[in-house]
Design a protein around this ligand. Structure first.
Ligand code: SF4
Length: 319
């Protein structure tokens, strides 16, 4: 049986990760799942530990200021996750709901995360479909469509065991992370080698079927390094919603396509939907921009996204 074989494999192969323990803690599961979206396990581990040290319970996290949460999140990227994390912690009465359906009503918890928490933390029979699971299932069944989320979910529901649903969820993701890897999977070590359709067809590299990638547009802007005589730099806060919402920045011109930059120092950064090219320029303070003055050695106390850190680094060096 699929689940038995998977669980037997998992018992010996699983990694010892800080959010895995015999006694389930929904806060730990939720925090790790949010952090792990778009981010590797190795990157997440120190952040996960730091968050738990600072905010050992979800109530403590809910009482923290958003600015503090954003400062601790610096470097993990996709900052809407941090804002939703904070909002979700604040909105919880005391405990997490236990069903997939109720969990999806919380800020920042989509269908995948809801199913993952319901199964891992509460042992519910919920099918959590992430990138790892899609890859394993696409190969196992040789599924012909790109991103077959619905189909994988339907098939997974039929494979879920009566007991140990949470282990099943973690085990399948673990198989995707350790054995059925994106490039050159270790089929010789896989418990499903005999039944895997893609393997039997000798077409493992053709699954999952790829989505045609669209070329990303580029947006351009000029960022202004406005310094006071004592060296302090003008920073302002971005609007609370949207890209990098609530984080700090140096003032910039609007971020636009179809614009030419001058010849000053530039940095390049890639967001999910566009590339960003920024010319860094010195500007004297004419009162045009409002904000706060921060000395370079105090910048670490502010929630600066990576793109702004790059801009400031270049600005402080070159201007
Ligand atoms: S046999 Fe290979 S391709 Fe198939 S599930 Fe296992 S690791 Fe993935």
């Amino acid at each position: 049986m699929f689940s038995e074989r998977l669980l037997t494999w998992y018992e010996t192969a699983q990694r010892d990760l800080p959010w895995r323990s015999k006694i389930k803690n929904p806060y730990h599961t939720w925090l790790s799942e949010i952090m792990l979206q778009q981010t590797t396990v190795a990157t997440v581990i120190p952040y996960f530990k730091k968050f738990l040290q600072k905010w050992p319970t979800v109530e403590a996290l809910g009482k923290a200021s958003l600015d503090d949460v954003l400062v601790e999140w610096q470097g993990l990227g996709y900052y809407s996750r941090a804002r939703n994390l904070h909002k979700c912690a604040q909105s919880l009465a005391k405990e997490f709901p236990t069903t997939e359906e109720d969990l999806t009503k919380l800020p920042g918890i989509g269908p995948y995360t809801a199913a993952a928490i319901a199964s891992i933390a509460f042992g519910q029979s919920a099918a959590a479909v992430d990138g790892n699971v899609i890859r394993v299932m696409s190969r196992y069944y040789a599924l012909p469509t790109p991103k077959p989320i619905g189909e994988v979910k339907n098939r997974l529901i039929t494979l879920l065991p009566q007991k140990r649903c949470g282990d099943f969820t973690e085990a399948l993701m673990e198989l995707g992370a350790l054995v059925c890897t994106p490039k050159t999977p270790f089929c010789q070590e896989c418990p499903f080698q005999r039944d895997c359709t893609a393997y039997r067809l000798g077409e493992v590299e053709n699954f999952p079927v790829k989505v045609q990638k669209q070329k990303l547009p580029t947006r351009y802007a000029t960022a202004f390094m406005i310094r006071r005589e004592d060296g302090a730099l003008l920073l302002r806060k971005r609007p609370p919603h949207g890209l990098l919402g609530g984080m700090m920045e140096v003032p910039t011109t609007p971020w636009e396509e179809n614009r030419k930059l001058g010849g000053g120092p530039t940095i390049r950064h890639t967001f999910t939907h566009f590339h960003f090219e920024v010319e860094v320029s010195a500007l004297s303070d004419t009162g045009l921009f409002e904000g706060i003055w921060v000395h370079p050695e105090e910048l670490k106390n502010y929630a600066l996204p990576t793109v702004m850190k790059k801009i400031i680094k270049v600005g402080l060096k070159a201007l």
